[in-house]
Ligand binder design. Structure first.
Ligand code: ADP
Ligand code: ADP
Ligand code: MG
Length: 667
């Protein structure tokens, strides 16, 4: 077994690998860039080596710098994590030439599977079902149109070197093929430095279901069931689960056996993932193989009880698999949610900044038998920088069945406090509550279909609003009782606690009266309903566990003027509690209208202006490109919302702007 492993990665996956290495009694070495001096992975490892400036092109993906760090620390193996150098066969070969083990598959397999078109050909000859389409590269748009016609619409235009959902376009007709061919080519060129394009059939109502494989260097290969990753945004995974609610045992077996056949064809060992697209009739087709540990590997670990990182390390050290296919059992249900630093209310644009508060839910087994696991690479006070992937954490839950796992996830979200940056927790909560998600009727178009206008928060039903009002009434009563105790003690005479309120939130207004009863607060509403609320809340706390009518409820609590800001289940509401007299007067107050921002183009995220495409005085049409802003390696084109005339331009190329900073004004 190895004595010391260097982890050529950062963030949550570096922390994840360090955890298993420690468990196995292996020393660990972290590498870090300027931006990661104080990062969690840098601190967790036994040793840490600085490898250069923040951009990964000057640090994490420079092979020479990693090799130097290996030499300097005497590490005898390297784990690449995912991304960065994990699927770079030159890196694996360079390590092996230095007598250092690469904790991953053989370089020839990385090479063969790294290219979508090559791997598709290998898969087809190994008897694996592949997406119908043209099995070669396509050199010009005319050819693309001709081939698309042969395949039959719709088609998917793809970059052979593609990854991360980049360089792919759906086309429904000849015109879209021409456009898509060019834009895929451009995107592939700029993202991968390789603009080879191919075309395949677009599978409609597609589900993304992938098989986890595991093999050793002695020819043993097994599959560890599947993961369904159909909840995607822009072809990138957001929520994954294992097993898939769609597969039956026969399909699972067929997919697993084809995945193993493909691996055998390329002499595969270590862990790997064979991705399939599955249509509504459960026909499955090979998409690509990822020759590395996958982001969503924890859900497989939770239902198989196998530590995949441990297996990778053992296999790299030459050990034989300790289990056979027959030993693999899938137990219960696991879900993973990717918590991203992106603002769901601003079409999920990346958000960067300091994590003012970061309090994940408690990990481990809960009283009700469910399990919470949170893989993270950040700490409270840490910075989410623009240099790397905006993933903050991977929150997983396990339960004996799917709905219990979904509910455990929803509960875990309510107990997860993240402040200081925009993040997608409210959106993830909304998905957990969504009836179609709960029924397991998933396709990769789920988000686009169910949230066609983006996400603007979850709006409470009347019943939910009453629940929030009851929680706010509880908070008010406890806060006031405390105030009265303090002032009463000082003045030496008791003061009355008010108990009749008008609660307003989200367009609802309720008359509610409160009383204490056996440690609980009973909130009685007009019309006879009442809710019993108890909680461990103390004044000043930003999160508390409530029990409302016997059901546990995690709520984020914050005093907000004459009310309370309450957040749970994707809802974010200010509940105003006023005495009936004050409420009467409040209703007469003129409403403050939000300022008119419609004549301004504001920067939607922190970033750098790369181009300004118009000049002062220009007339612009709706949809016309006005400026581009680069943030987190993404070029974002800002377009005119409507026809107008540019009055003033406030920013210039190269300006570094904060969110909501003015770029230009219209007349
Ligand atoms: P990447 O390397 O970017 O992960 P993939 O080939 O795995 O590229 O595709 C990413 C996603 O795009 C898939 O999970 C699926 O949602 C969608 N996709 C890819 N190919 C097809 C296809 N032929 N039909 C339907 N959807 C597809
Ligand atoms: P809507 O009322 O249709 O929702 P908004 O007025 O809220 O649109 O504008 C949406 C965004 O577009 C805002 O960020 C605004 O600054 C910007 N915007 C408004 N008018 C224009 C325009 N003529 N060209 C470009 N951007 C505009
Ligand atoms: Mg993929």
């Amino acid at each position: 077994m190895f004595g010391k492993i260097l982890i050529a990665n950062r963030g949550e996956i570096a922390c994840r690998v360090i955890r298993t290495a420690k468990k196995l009694g292996i020393k660990t070495v972290a590498v870090y860039s300027d931006a990661d001096r104080e990062a969690l992975h840098t601190r967790l490892a036994d040793e840490a080596v600085h490898i250069g400036p923040a951009p990964s092109s000057q640090s994490y993906i420079v092979i020479g710098k990693i090799l130097d760090a290996v030499k300097a620390t005497g590490a005898d193996a390297v784990h690449p994590g995912y991304g960065f150098l994990s699927e770079n066969s030159n890196f694996a070969e360079a390590l092996m030439a230095d007598g250092v083990a690469f904790i991953g598959p053989p370089p020839v397999a990385i090479e063969a599977m790294g290219d979508k078109i090559t791997s598709k050909n290998i898969a087809a000859s190994a008897g694996v079902s592949t997406v119908p389409g043209h099995m070669g590269l396509i050199d010009d748009a005319d050819n693309a149109v001709r081939i698309a016609g042969q395949i039959g619409y719709p088609v998917m235009i793809k970059a052979s070197a593609g990854g991360g959902g980049k360089g792919m376009r759906i086309a429904w007709n000849d015109t879209e093929v021409r456009e898509g061919f060019q834009s895929s080519k451009n995107e592939a060129k700029s993202s991968f430095g390789d603009d080879r394009i191919f075309i395949e059939k677009f599978i409609t109502q597609p589900r993304h279901i992938e098989i986890q494989v595991l093999g050793d260097q002695h020819g043993n290969l097994i599959y560890l069931g599947e993961r369904e990753c159909s909840i995607q945004r822009r072809n990138q995974k957001v929520i994954e689960e294992a097993p898939s609610p769609f597969l039956d045992a026969a399909t699972r077996k067929a997919m697993g056996e084809q995945a193993v056949a493909l691996c055998k064809a390329v002499g595969y060992f270590s862990v790997g993932t064979v991705e399939f697209i599955v249509d509504a009739e459960r026909q499955f087709y090979f998409l690509e193989m990822n020759t590395r540990l996958q982001v969503e590997h924890p859900v497989t670990e939770l239902i198989t009880g196998i530590d995949l990182v441990e297996e990778m390390i053992r296999v790299a050290a030459g050990e034989r698999l300790r289990i056979t296919q027959d030993d693999v059992t899938l137990n219960g249900w696991a879900i993973e949610s990717r918590l991203y630093a992106e603002d769901p209310y601003r079409s999920f644009l990346p958000s960067i900044g300091r994590l003012k508060r970061y309090r994940p839910p408690v990990e481990g087994r809960r009283e009700d038998g469910t399990i919470v696991r949170n893989d993270t690479g950040v700490v409270e006070g840490g910075e989410i920088s623009m240099y790397y992937d905006p993933m903050i954490a991977k929150l997983c839950t396990w339960a004996p069945d799917r709905l219990a796992a979904v509910d455990a996830m929803a509960k875990a979200f309510d107990d997860f406090e993240v402040e200081g940056i925009g993040h997608n927790l409210p959106f993830l909560s909304a998905v957990m509550e969504h009836p179609r998600f709960r029924e397991g009727r998933l396709t990769t178009a789920f988000i686009a279909e169910e949230f066609p206008d983006g996400f603007s928060g979850v709006h409470p039903t009347e019943q939910q609003a009453r629940g929030l009002a009851a929680v706010a009434a509880f908070l008010n009563l406890r806060q006031q009782t405390r105030g009265v105790l303090i002032s009463g003690a000082l003045a030496n005479h008791p003061r009355e606690v008010g108990c009749d309120w008008v609660a307003t939130l989200a367009g609802f207004s309720f008359n509610v009266s409160t009383r204490e009863e056996g440690g609980r607060v009973i909130a009685s509403f007009d019309g006879g309903t009442s809710h019993a609320v108890s909680s461990d809340w103390l004044p000043g706390r930003s999160h508390a566990s409530f029990v409302v009518d016997g059901s546990p409820l995690g709520v984020k609590t914050e005093a907000a003027g004459s009310g309370w800001r309450l957040r749970r289940g994707g809802m974010d509401e200010i509940v105003y509690l006023r005495s009936p007299r004050v409420a009467e007067l409040a209703a007469l107050m003129p409403r403050k209208l939000p300022p008119d921002m419609s004549r301004m183009l504001l920067c939607p995220m922190p970033g750098v202006v790369t181009t300004i495409a118009v000049s002062e005085g220009d007339a612009v049409e709706a949809g016309q490109a006005l400026a581009t802003v680069e943030a987190m390696k993404m070029e974002n084109v800002l377009r005119a919302e409507r026809r107008g005339t540019v009055k003033r331009i406030a920013a210039e190329p190269g300006s570094s702007l904060a969110v909501d900073e003015l770029i230009m004004e219209f007349e």
